[in-house]
Design a protein around this ligand. Structure first.
Ligand code: GUN
Ligand code: ZN
Length: 434
């Protein structure tokens, strides 16, 4: 094999399919002593070290002991301008927005500030092993320029968009239907499809857009191929009542977006905590996705996401942190909370389903499963090295674990940024813990 190759040796685990569809045993592939071959930023092969090593000549092999390599984590819903207000006390959604969020987002009119926060934000994602995210900017177009410039410098696969918001928000933070459309279009022309970057048309949520703005957002979403649409849906009961009052002519919250042609493939709706069967059916038949954001749903007191209900309807589901309402950048911590959300409903979350949600399931929700999410040959070499000795407690717990499932589960319960030894994007190391 060619010397452009680089090899990574450790235990290697990746998802092959949704455990809910193929069963847990068929859903993953595991190599106790594995080798991941990377060439020109892509996965060349994955397999047993004993089989692959003899086929290699003059290839550098990087070896990690007591470590597990998995695909990079995928965060299907997060707000980068809210990095500095994570963990703000005491409010539910609508008061939390007015008290903390809007004043914080105001600062993103300043591009230099936006650039500083984008740098901190991306560093934090990579420290936590997240290599792709679907990201809210602020209403200012320069916030998205700053974000994409920072992501491009690291050659990350990232999706982002400028917030659209023309009512029910402070004057300093609103656009108009026309300016929001024009600014978004300018950003699409500048960034969408450039390297590994993608654009998302981003109406904040139904209450902060007039029907005129939603109509223009829908027009834009349907004007370009492979564009994303990113918003919030049915997160909180007071929010849902407000949407009903603002759009009395619509059948429900999802119908507001549906009516304005904002649903379909690459539409991602954050939360979906309070969806009826008909809404689940419509999400599934249009190929839309929902981002399950356990830490933020618990933090804002929004309610318990019913993963099994959405799964039963065949809705695409990814995992989101929703920072700054979410309380951690770590997808391991999101899985910890997701498990507890399921327990509170008398249900279980299998550790291999957790792995799927944080990797291939996220890729599927984002229609990026031909590019990221597992170690199929030709995909982007975005991966994480998890440390079985990250803390004394994790190390001791791992010594007791008898099965892979047990190790994986304990890692999702006990792990966070400390468990991420190294993160790679397109074959390059972009974070090294020590
Ligand atoms: N709904 C509208 N805006 C927001 C936001 O910034 N965060 C969350 N969690 N929900 C929202
Ligand atoms: Zn959000």
């Amino acid at each position: 094999m060619s010397s452009h190759l680089k090899a990574y040796r450790a235990a290697i685990l990746h998802s092959l399919a949704d455990p809910a569809v193929v069963g847990v045993e068929q859903s993953y592939e595991y190599f106790e002593d594995g080798l991941l071959l990377v060439e020109d930023g892509h996965i060349a092969r994955v397999g047993h070290a004993a089989e692959l090593l003899p086929t290699l000549k003059d290839v550098e092999v990087v070896e990690y002991r007591d470590a597990l390599i998995t695909p990079g984590f995928i965060d299907t819903h997060i707000h980068y301008p809210q990095t500095g207000m994570i963990a703000s006390y005491g409010e539910q959604l609508l008061d939390w927005l007015n008290t903390y969020t809007f004043p914080t987002e105001r600062q993103f009119a300043d591009k230099a500030h936006a650039g500083d926060v984008a740098g901190i934000f991306l560093k934090e994602l990579l420290r936590n092993g997240t290599t792709t995210a679907l990201v809210f900017g602020s209403v200012h177009k320069q916030s998205v320029d700053a974000f994409f410039e920072a992501a491009q410098a690291l050659n990350l696969r990232m999706i982002a968009g400028k917030v659209l918001m023309d009512r029910n928000a402070p004057d300093y933070l609103t656009d108009t239907p026309e300016s929001g459309y024009a600014d978004s279009k300018e950003l699409i022309e500048r960034w969408h499809g450039k390297g590994r970057l993608h654009y998302a048309v981003t109406p904040r949520f139904a209450p902060t857009s007039t029907p005129e703005q939603l109509a223009l957002a829908g027009k834009l979403f349907n004007e370009y191929p492979d564009l994303y649409m990113h918003t919030h849906l049915s997160e909180n009961r007071k929010e849902i009542e407000w949407v009903k009052a603002l759009f009395p002519e619509r059948q429900g919250y999802l119908d507001v977006y549906d009516h304005h042609r904002l649903i379909g493939a690459r539409s991602v709706f954050a939360h979906g905590v309070h969806l009826c069967d008909e809404e689940c059916r419509r999400l599934a038949e249009t190929g839309s996705a929902v981002a399950f954001c356990p830490t933020s749903n618990l933090f804002l007191g929004s309610g318990l996401f019913d993963l099994n209900k959405l799964e039963a309807h065949g809705v695409r589901v990814g995992l989101g942190t929703d920072v700054g309402a979410g309380t951690s950048f770590s997808q391991l911590q999101s899985l910890n909370e997701a498990y507890k959300v399921m327990q509170l409903q008398g249900k279980k979350l299998d550790p291999f389903k957790s792995l799927y949600l944080a990797t291939l399931g996220g890729a599927n929700a984002l229609y990026l499963d031909d590019k990221i999410g597992n170690f199929a040959s030709g995909k982007d070499a975005d991966f994480v090295v998890l440390d079985y000795n990250a803390t004394p407690l994790i190390s001791y717990r791992m010594q007791q674990a008898k099965t892979l499932a047990e190790k994986l589960f304990a890692l999702t319960m006990l792990g966070d940024d400390r468990a991420v030894k190294e993160t790679y994007a397109a074959g390059q190391s972009v974070h090294r813990r020590d």
